[in-house]
Ligand binder design. Structure first.
Ligand code: SF4
Length: 199
């Protein structure tokens, strides 16, 4: 029996990145050792604070909804072996998506890897080839330069998104708009679920 520490599960609309606007079943796993100062889910960090749930139970819960896209987030989900998880969800007919900082070895078979590196813990090099989407959270002006250092390393199929950190959006969004006009490899991602006031 495979179990994972689960902070929460919820059916929602993916708010960010390439799949923004699509319904998805989210599983937020507990545990993160990256330590972003601006993290908006610090309550996820302590792995032991979250109940262990059976994988079969998670698949059953997700399957009770019509949506067939599961998004695994955290926390930092790659702190766990996600091979059994993606296998079970694929067997149940789901697209498997993950959102990761890339700070831990990649596990699982994914239809979509959203790689969101953080300055607080270096990502592993394997993510640059494997990512379908690079999403850089922009907290200050230096983050725009830092984002380009990652964009230069990902594969040509990887979609590039700049996303303002929520509390800095008033200041950083105009800077991001100017940046994208100068470097159109990038697109802007907004946390639309927060504007919609949904989970
Ligand atoms: S990687 Fe994500 S969950 Fe972990 S500290 Fe950073 S923003 Fe928070």
């Amino acid at each position: 029996m495979t179990r994972y520490p689960v902070m929460e599960t919820f059916l929602t609309i993916q708010g960010e990145g390439a799949f923004a606007g699509s319904a998805a079943f989210f599983i937020r796993l507990g545990g993160c050792d990256v330590g972003c100062s601006w993290c908006d889910v610090k309550e996820s960090w302590e792995v032991g604070a979250h109940p262990m749930r059976d994988l079969d139970d998670l698949v059953r819960e997700a399957s009770s909804h019509p949506v067939r896209m599961v998004v695994i987030t955290g926390g930092e989900p790659m702190m766990h072996d996600l091979g059994p998880l993606t296998e079970a969800f694929r067997k149940a007919g789901f697209r498997t998506h993950v959102e990761t900082s890339g700070a831990h070895p990649l596990s699982g078979e994914w239809h979509w890897i959203c790689f969101s590196p953080k300055k607080f813990k270096d990502p592993l090099s394997e993510y640059y080839d494997r990512a379908h989407e690079l999403k850089v959270v922009v907290y200050n002006h230096h983050d725009l330069k830092w984002a380009n250092t990652h964009a230069d390393r990902v594969s040509s199929r990887c979609q590039l998104f700049l996303q303002p950190e929520w509390t800095k959006r008033a200041v950083m969004t105009p800077a991001m708009v100017a940046h994208v006009k100068e470097d159109p490899r990038w697109r802007i991602s907004l946390q639309t679920h927060k504007y919609l006031d949904i989970p």
